[in-house]
Design a protein around this ligand. Sequence first.
Ligand SMILES: C[S@@+](CC[C@H](N)C(=O)[O-])C[C@H]1O[C@@H](n2cnc3c(N)ncnc32)[C@H](O)[C@@H]1O
Length: 310
Amino acid sequence: MNNTFAKDIKKGLTAKNKFIPDRDYYDDKGSIFFQELMHNPNYYVYNSELEIFESYSTNIINLFNSNNETFNLIEFGAGDGIKTELLIKELINNDVNFKYIPIDFSKKYINDMELSFKKKYPTLKINGINADYFDALAQISTNNTKNVILFIGSSFGGLTDIEADVFLTKLSSKMKKNDVLLIGFDLKKSPDILYKAYHNTCIDWCKYLLSRINNELGGNINLSQFEYYTNYNPENGKFKWYFLSTIEQDVYIKNINLKIHFYKYEPIYIGQSKKFSEEEIIYLSKKYRFNTINNFTDNKQYFIDSIWIK
Ligand SMILES: C[S@@+](CC[C@H](N)C(=O)[O-])C[C@H]1O[C@@H](n2cnc3c(N)ncnc32)[C@H](O)[C@@H]1O
């Protein structure tokens, strides 16, 4: 039994407002659903950020390396690193002295990336960390070596308001003067585009999350009694995913000896992707004591990679 998953499910399904944490999407099979989503033409997020890195990798690495110092390039939620590879190639081609430290909750992502990057780039110093990024925050070194932090994709928008506050507060307190943060923000856009990107494209992945409870924890969830529901609130920019129990029922999860009662149409919150305005991005950088040194966007202005400095 995967203990972290068991703990998350127990905590989430016994909470007043039931939820399943975001990180539980990314076991080995869940990560395959994510790869499929990235290559779905309706899911614009991946291509928008890829376009930014293809167009501006030279400009971006110049901001990382303004004083020609050695630095640690620390990436939270690195995934398969395909987009980051564009920056890494540019750094290597420019003989920049850096060590790459990808952090991911998925052991498979970290192991695969270390193997493939070591083979492709024999001079690259890489030291992957398999951990929850909230725990890994504590490991960021505060010695004299400069840190350049990457939090790309729309990972930041996947955090709840409380998680986002904890993350940026801790990160900011760990960063020294001149340390750099590259952080991705998906911009507010037509609900129609968002619905196409996130509704049908994520059904199978979300259902898989429920079936994991049955397969790994001995649950007796009847998937046909849970309705998949999504909505977008243009005021707070949150696109959210839920399952709704279509009947009043009890579900039993044998391996953790847990009986859960659902009232009719009770929701289980299973995640969000927050969309930002440019004003909110500026507000966040100031609130967490950074200066914005550049914003890079794609041609359609769907996405921003913002570079903040301490
Ligand atoms: C949305 S994917 C983004 C991957 C990559 N950054 C990109 O932009 O393509 C999120 C990644 O973060 C990892 N992840 C999610 N929650 C995490 C957590 N709490 N701690 C560490 N890694 C996490 C997942 O395993 C996954 O690889």
